[in-house]
Ligand binder design. Structure first.
Ligand code: FAD
Length: 248
């Protein structure tokens, strides 16, 4: 969404949050982590893998050194999107410093020591979500976690045109089937993500007979039997649209 493009022009302020990089708390029962405002995706994943290996946060396509809090504040896109929506919906609570120097808290953390959610008070998180830091600096945030389920398959269906793949993805989006992530990519986007030179990106993939629809379907399950049934149903839906769902 952003990609470290927040370069202040004349009159802007740069605040280096790199030392605000600690994971302060993980609550496994309520499934959230309280992190500081400069925590990167690498910091969070590294901490969880080491201390709470049964849990994970969402994963984005952004580099590991980018921030978790800015990503959530900017409606980031994770591989858990089908469970909760954008990164903004994964925020349980916020602590922020305002321009006046006041420290404010939003969500259950303003009433108790638990950061379980933004209820039951009026939800003021919107004063910080989508504002690019202009209304205050978030010093702490609680981010929802998800259990690492033992069974997972990623499918990579390919089709000639975006229009060929979208109806299939829409049907999958309403099918349940343990799907935690559905992502639609085109060839140009994939080329740029792979670091292709500008001159090597396929401008008209269809003319070159390359697939311009690249899907990503991630399904997770608690038991093997459940996983097999989910995968079988996903494959059937893809075939119904004449698309081969290559398991990754
Ligand atoms: C190759 C690539 C792939 C990407 N893929 C994805 C993807 O799949 N999904 C996705 O969602 N995003 C993606 N991104 C964008 C990525 O999520 C953002 O770059 C990242 O999350 C923001 O972190 P940053 O360190 O770049 O933020 P910065 O550039 O430091 O900040 C972004 C904005 O947030 C504000 N901000 C930063 N910290 C705070 C804070 N603590 N409190 C208040 N405001 C703050 C800043 O003022 C700025 O306006 C991608 C980026 C790249 C480069």
């Amino acid at each position: 969404i952003l990609g470290s493009i927040a370069t202040p022009r004349k009159g802007g302020i740069v605040v280096d949050l790199r030392r605000l990089n600690r994971v302060l708390e993980v609550n496994e029962d309520d499934m959230y982590a309280v992190i500081e405002g400069g925590t990167t995706w690498a910091d969070l994943k590294g901490y969880l893998d080491k201390h709470h290996p049964d849990f994970r946060a969402g994963i984005t396509w952004s580099p590991p050194g980018t921030g978790v809090v800015p990503s959530c504040l900017a409606y980031g896109m994770f591989d858990l999107g089908m469970l909760g929506g954008t990164g903004a919906e994964f925020i349980n609570g916020i602590e922020a410093v305002l321009g006046t120097g006041d420290l404010v808290r939003i969500g259950s953390c303003s009433l108790s020591k638990y950061w379980y959610g933004r209820q039951p008070l009026p939800d003021l998180a919107g004063l910080f979500i989508g504002w690019e830091g202009t209304t205050g600096i978030v010093t702490k945030a609680a981010i929802k976690l998800w259990p690492k389920l033992p069974y997972r398959t990623d499918f990579l269906p390919l089709a000639n045109k975006i229009e060929d793949g979208v109806p299939m993805m829409l049907k999958l989006s309403k099918a349940g089937l343990g799907i935690v992530d559905l992502c639609i990519l085109n060839m140009g986007w994939c080329n740029s993500l792979q670091g292709f030179k500008e001159t090597s990106v396929a401008l008209d993939p269809i003319e070159l007979n390359l697939p311009d629809f690249i899907g990503l379907i991630t399904t997770e399950a608690f038991t093997e039997k459940q996983h097999e049934a989910q995968c079988e149903a996903i494959i059937d839906i893809c075939k119904e649209f004449g698309i081969d769902p290559y398991p990754a």
